[in-house]
Design a protein around this ligand. Structure first.
Ligand SMILES: [Fe+2]
Length: 455
């Protein structure tokens, strides 16, 4: 009996050793060494960036220098004791040697530290970390930040990132025009995604240095980072734009990943619906009637409008926050924002009203102002326009922003050129309300609005 047990034990240990060996990626090194004589390990060339966080899981983006074996070690212990391991992934040339690595088995509301292992070697000189989300049923107090419209000059930084890091937001929304270069090819799109987050760009350095390693990122494009000024579904580079985006960003599950990048996620009592206002948009010049759509211009199955309406109607979250790369308020920018789609804008507003969907807020980009707010009088639902991060510092346009049609906002709008910044949303519970602050790069508060819960 004892002998039988020891044989089983030996086989079990042999099996476990083989599994560990396979998961560690060391076999790749052994394989390469044996067959090619090459012992050079690949290196980490971009990332990590964390996103798609839930109370039990997350995803981490990495990019490496060539074919190799990559996995994560993660733990609530800052020295990675008792660390768990992700599955091993093998980034491929056809994906620009990027990978989105899922991790699971997390406990809610805990700080997780992690290391990126490439070809058996740790690559981060200091561990990255993030905080897992609370469960959906929790009603809790927290803050998150929203950014929009970052310039693409190598010499113009975006210190909003450095300042908002001090606020310790639980996540960051980047809601469009993270860059304004209009990339046309797959390689140009990939380069843009690397540069906005750190590679050689002043604005990207701020993201990399202050946000990327600690704060879950949720990002959806507007026109200039999609690739086509005032863009729509006719953009020839649409498939490449979607491919590059999916390579470089760790997103929640996309409802229709071949068609576009709209997505939603939940943090406690808040659900965020991030619209893709470009890849499924009809051309702006179409007649504004019931056939013209910003959300589903091609009338595809499993489309974005169906997803939005279903998501809003079925959401169990107290707060429903919609992000739009362009202003929802139809009195502003009528050539390219919702003002060019007033029939569909009215349909969205009517749907929210008819279904008694309460506590809806829109966060929008593209105004290039220093921030603006409407209580719903003009926008249909309460809307805060997120200030630009670093645009137009020397552009003293007559309106103070880059449009002749800044529109009507119940709280007005703040001039853009000298007022870059971001929005900090603080979710309070007693009473249930949102505190919306437009903040400058020095932390100065330029505008404060309060949304009380209608429940
Ligand atoms: Fe913009």
């Amino acid at each position: 009996m004892d002998r039988c047990f020891s044989v089983i034990s030996f086989i079990t240990r042999l099996f476990n050793t083989a599994v560990c060996f396979a998961r560690s990626g060391l076999w790749v090194i052994v394989f390469c060494t044996f067959f090619t004589g090459n012992t050079t390990a690949e290196s980490l060339t971009d990332g990590p960036v964390v996103g798609a966080v839930t109370d039990t899981s997350a995803k981490v983006f990495v990019r490496v220098s060539g074919p190799g074996a990559v996995y994560l070690e993660y733990s609530t212990d800052p020295n990675l004791r008792f660390a768990m391991q992700s599955d091993v992934v093998y980034p491929r040339y056809r994906d620009d040697f990027t990978a989105i690595i899922p991790i699971d088995g997390l406990l809610p509301n805990r700080t997780y530290y992690y290391q990126v292992i490439v070809d058996g070697q740790p690559t981060l000189s200091s561990l990255s970390s993030f905080i897992s989300f609370p469960p959906d049923h929790v009603n809790t107090e927290f803050s998150f930040a929203a950014l929009a419209d970052v310039g693409n000059s190598k010499s113009r930084g975006a210190p909003s990132y450095a300042r908002l890091a001090i606020d310790e937001p639980r996540f960051l929304l980047q809601i469009g025009d993270w860059d304004h270069r209009d990339p046309q090819t797959l390689d140009e799109m990939r380069l843009m995604h690397r540069e906005v987050r750190g590679q050689g760009m002043s604005s990207g350095r701020y993201f990399r240095d202050f946000i990327a390693n600690t704060t879950p990122l949720y990002y959806v494009w507007d026109d200039h980072d999609y690739g086509m000024n005032d863009g729509d579904y006719t953009f020839p580079g649409k498939a490449d734009a979607i491919k590059a985006y999916r390579e470089y960003f760790p997103t929640p599950e996309l409802p229709n990943p071949e068609a576009g990048i709209w997505q939603s996620f939940r943090y406690a009592q808040v659900e965020i619906f991030m619209l893709d206002v470009r890849s499924n948009r009809d051309p702006n010049t179409d007649t504004d009637d019931e056939n013209k759509s910003m959300l589903n211009g091609e009338n595809i199955e499993n489309g974005q409008k169906e997803w939005l309406f279903s998501g809003l109607a079925n959401s169990t979250a107290k707060w429903k926050i919609i992000t739009s790369g362009v202003t929802f308020n139809p009195t502003t920018k009528p050539a390219d924002a919702w003002g060019a789609f007033t029939t569909e804008w009215q349909e969205v507003v009517d749907f929210i009203t008819a279904n008694n969907i309460r506590n809806v807020l829109v966060l929008s980009g593209d105004l290039h102002s220093g921030g603006a707010f409407d209580d719903g009088t003009n926008a249909g639902v309460p809307e805060m326009s997120v200030p630009h991060s670093n645009m137009n510092m020397n552009d003293d346009h007559p309106t103070g922003i880059t449009t002749h049609t800044p529109g009507t906002w119940t709280s007005g709008y703040i001039r853009g050129p000298e007022n870059p910044g971001y929005v900090l949303v603080t979710v309070e519970t007693n009473p249930d309300r949102l505190i919306l602050e437009v903040k400058g790069v020095s932390g100065d508060i330029r505008m404060t609005e309060t949304l009380e819960s209608n429940d």
